[in-house]
Design a protein around this ligand. Structure first.
Ligand SMILES: O=c1ccn([C@@H]2O[C@H](COP(=O)(O)O)[C@@H](O)[C@H]2O)c(=O)[nH]1
Length: 240
């Protein structure tokens, strides 16, 4: 299994996002835009930043099913390659997002620009949470057990894949095989500071465990030479 690289472009500034996406264009990494950017610039800003290229829109939708379905319908015209909802919102939330995508497919054919329909990912346990932080939310299980539980719920409700930490990838591959798209943040090249990430591994470790994609933000975007940092991670993935 090959592992791709997603670069998290976490900024509220449109010129900065455009510049970073431009610098990385052609290296073979996919950009990810999240709430920080979307709340500042909305759908038009997203379209301006990605310029029709494949991208991951990581809004981590978490609301009642009807509202999530409406939000998914609102973002489908942007043709993201990947989009996210929170599995902790329940099976009906995930099923509503699935239904919104499937209805759009049934109603209208592929979106403009030759893009494929988005793959629906369910976020399991945020990579910033360790066991103690999870327990403080009222979940007594360790992260791995909670990821296992939410994975079953989300895949059963129609998610194409999951967002999890690298620590759960091997367990999920053993349980669900090669099919689910496993998108894995909490990645730090050897020696890089974890920052607010609690469950981390290196790119090589995540690739060997079976990640479909790894997500790397600050180790690339705050590097003195983001192109070189990206290339080093791509080389590490290719050698894994
Ligand atoms: O559990 C999750 C889900 C999403 N993320 C996102 O990934 C990037 C990670 O950025 P770094 O700078 O490499 O820490 C960021 O956009 C998060 O929103 C996550 O970290 N964990």
């Amino acid at each position: 299994m090959t592992t791709g690289l997603i670069v998290a472009i976490d900024t509220p500034e449109l010129p900065q996002a455009q510049a970073m996406i431009g610098r990385l264009r052609g290296l073979g990494a996919m950009p990810k835009l999240g709430l920080e950017f979307f709340l500042a610039h909305g759908p038009a800003g997203v379209a301006a930043a990605v310029q029709g290229e494949p991208f991951f829109l990581d809004l981590k939708l978490h609301d009642i099913p009807n509202t999530v379905a409406g939000a998914v319908r609102s973002i489908l015209p942007l043709s993201p390659t990947l989009l996210t909802v929170h599995a902790a919102g329940g099976a009906a939330l995930v099923a509503a997002a699935r239904g919104a995508i499937d209805s759009a497919i049934a109603e209208g054919g592929l979106p403009a620009g030759g893009h494929a329909w988005p793959r629906l990912l369910a976020v399991t346990v945020l990579t910033s949470l360790d066991g103690a932080a999870l327990a403080a939310t009222g979940v007594a299980d360790q992260p791995e057990a909670q990821v296992r539980r939410l994975a079953g719920l989300a895949l059963g409700a129609g998610a194409d894949g999951l967002v999890c930490s690298p620590h759960e990838v091997a367990m999920l591959r053993e349980a669900y095989g090669a099919d689910p798209v496993l998108v894995v943040p909490g990645i730090r090249p050897a020696g890089a500071a974890p920052g607010d990430q609690a469950r981390v591994m290196t790119p090589r470790e995540a690739a060997r465990a079976g990640a479909s994609w790894i997500v790397v933000g600050r180790p690339i975007t705050t590097a003195a030479d983001p192109e070189a940092a990206t290339q080093a991670i791509l080389d590490e993935l290719a050698a894994a």
